[in-house]
Ligand binder design. Structure first.
Ligand code: ADP
Ligand code: MG
Length: 371
C-alpha cells in the first residue's frame, strides 16, 4: 500500500491523465506526468511534468526513477518502453495487458480463448483474403487496422470486393482484421477495477451513442434488462480476473438483436464512457483506478444517481459552455485544451437524475436539445 505523499507517475498527458491526477491529489498523492507535448492537460494539475518522447530510454528512465509507481492514461506507448519502466518501478496495469489491448488480433484471440464471445473475425494478410472474408462474414463487413485505431479511425465498411481492394491499399500497416458487422440493438460499456489483493468491483453498465465515430452520449443505467446488465458485469469480472488486472479497465460491448453479448474491445485505463461516475458515484472511475494502482482497498462501485454524460467536442460544443455554466443541474468539466479543433474532445457535461428514474429517449433528447 502506497503511503500518503508517495508519487504516482502517469504516462500520457491527456484528459484521462488530468482527471486521474486530480483524483490522486485528493488522496494526498503527488503526481508526475510524462508527456510528449508541452503544457498537456494533465500537466496543468500535476505536481511535475516531464516532457520527452515515449520511446526515449533516457526520458523513460528519469521519469521512472522520479516516482514510486507507474500507470498510463493512453495505450500507445511501446511494449519495449513499458518493459523498461517495469524494470525500474511497478507498472499497473502490466505490460502484458497493454500488449493484448494494443492489437485487435491478440485481443480477440485472448477473449475467445477465455470463453468471451466477440463478433466473428478473420486476420487479413493478403488481397486474396478479401473474398474469404466476404464469404465467411457476409457483406457488409468491417475492415480495421489491428493497431492505433481510435474514435473510429483506421476502419472501413466493406460492401463488395472492389471496396475491399481499395481499403486494403489505404489501411496500413498490415495485417488487418475483418469483423462481421454486428446488427446491434445497443452498444454498452462497463468499467471494471481490480487490485493486487484480487478485489474486483464493477460500475453500472452505460449505454453509449456515437456520432461520427466518436462517443457522443452515455446513459446510465443502460436501457437493457437487469439480467443482461448483470451478465455484462459478470463477464467484466471474469475478464479482469483472466487478465490478472491491477487498475481499471473499460470494456466496450455490443448487445445484438437476440440479446447476445459480444465484446468489441478493451482499454486498460479510465474510459470516456466512465466519465458519468464523476458525479453519479461517491467514488468515481479515476479514484478507483488510483486506489488500485496504489494498493488501497476498493469499496463497492456504487451509484447514487442515474446519469447522462455528453461529450463536448470541437468548436460547436464549446459554444455551449456559457449556457452549460448558467444552467442549474448541468455539471461541466473542461480539460484545459487551448484550441477547440474539429473533433477534439474539449470536456463533458454530466446531468444527474434520481436513482432509477432516467427519462426516456424523448426526455433525454429534449434536455440535450435545450443546451
Ligand atoms: P475505436 O478504437 O475507434 O473505438 P471500435 O472498434 O470501438 O474502434 O469501433 C468504433 C465504433 O464502430 C464502435 O463503437 C461501433 O459503433 C462501430 N463498430 C466497430 N466494430 C463494429 C462491428 N464489428 N460491428 C458493428 N459496429 C462496429
Ligand atoms: Mg471503441
Amino acid at each position: 500500500m502506497l503511503s500518503p505523499n508517495a508519487t504516482i507517475g502517469i504516462v500520457g498527458g491527456g484528459q484521462l491523465g488530468r482527471m486521474s491526477a486530480v483524483a490522486a491529489s485528493r488522496l494526498g498523492f503527488q503526481t508526475h506526468i510524462l508527456s510528449d507535448i508541452p503544457n498537456p492537460p494533465a500537466g496543468q494539475v500535476a505536481s511535475h511534468t516531464i516532457i520527452g518522447a515515449y520511446d526515449d530510454p533516457k526520458t523513460l528512465e528519469s521519469f521512472a526513477k522520479s516516482v514510486d509507481v507507474i500507470t498510463f492514461e493512453f495505450e500507445n506507448i511501446s511494449v519495449k518502453g513499458i518493459d523498461l519502466l517495469s524494470s525500474i518501478r511497478p507498472v499497473h496495469p502490466s505490460g502484458h495487458i497493454l500488449r493484448i489491448s494494443q492489437d485487435r488480433i491478440l485481443e480477440k484471440t485472448f477473449l475467445n480463448g477465455h470463453d468471451i464471445p466477440t463478433t466473428k473475425w478473420l486476420k487479413i494478410e493478403e488481397l486474396n483474403d478479401g473474398a474469404k472474408a466476404g464469404l465467411e462474414l457476409g457483406y457488409p463487413f468491417i475492415l480495421k487496422t489491428t493497431r492505433l485505431g481510435y474514435d473510429g479511425k483506421g476502419q472501413a465498411v466493406i460492401h463488395n470486393q472492389e471496396e475491399f481492394e481499395s481499403a486494403f491499399e489505404t489501411l496500413k500497416p498490415h495485417p488487418l482484421i475483418a469483423e462481421k458487422k454486428v446488427d446491434f440493438s445497443c452498444e454498452v460499456s462497463v468499467m471494471v477495477v481490480r487490485n493486487i489483493h484480487g478485489t474486483v468491483q464493477t460500475f453500472d453498465v452505460a449505454e453509449n451513442q456515437h456520432k461520427n465515430g466518436i462517443l457522443d452520449i452515455s446513459l446510465v443505467p443502460a436501457r437493457i434488462n437487469v439480467d443482461l446488465r448483470q451478465k455484462v458485469q459478470e463477464l467484466a469480472i471474469h475478464l479482469a480476473n483472466s487478465l490478472d488486472l491491477i487498475g481499471i479497465l473499460g470494456v466496450e460491448l455490443f448487445i445484438d438483436q437476440n440479446d447476445k453479448i459480444l465484446v468489441n474491445e478493451i482499454a486498460p485505463r479510465p474510459h470516456n464512457s466512465g466519465h458519468w461516475t464523476m458525479n453519479a458515484c461517491p467514488i468515481d472511475q479515476f479514484e478507483m483506478h488510483i486506489r488500485a494502482v496504489a494498493g488501497l482497498p476498493l469499496p463497492p462501485a456504487i451509484r447514487h444517481s442515474d446519469a447522462v454524460m455528453k461529450n463536448l467536442i470541437g468548436p460547436e460544443d464549446m459554444a455551449l459552455w456559457p449556457k452549460i455554466m448558467a444552467t442549474p443541474g448541468l455539471i461541466g468539466h473542461l480539460y484545459g485544451k487551448d484550441i477547440a479543433k474539429k473533433g477534439r474532445k474539449m470536456g463533458h457535461v454530466n446531468i444527474l437524475f434520481p436513482f432509477n428514474s432516467l427519462p426516456g429517449e424523448f426526455g433525454i433528447q429534449a434536455i440535450l436539445q435545450d443546451l
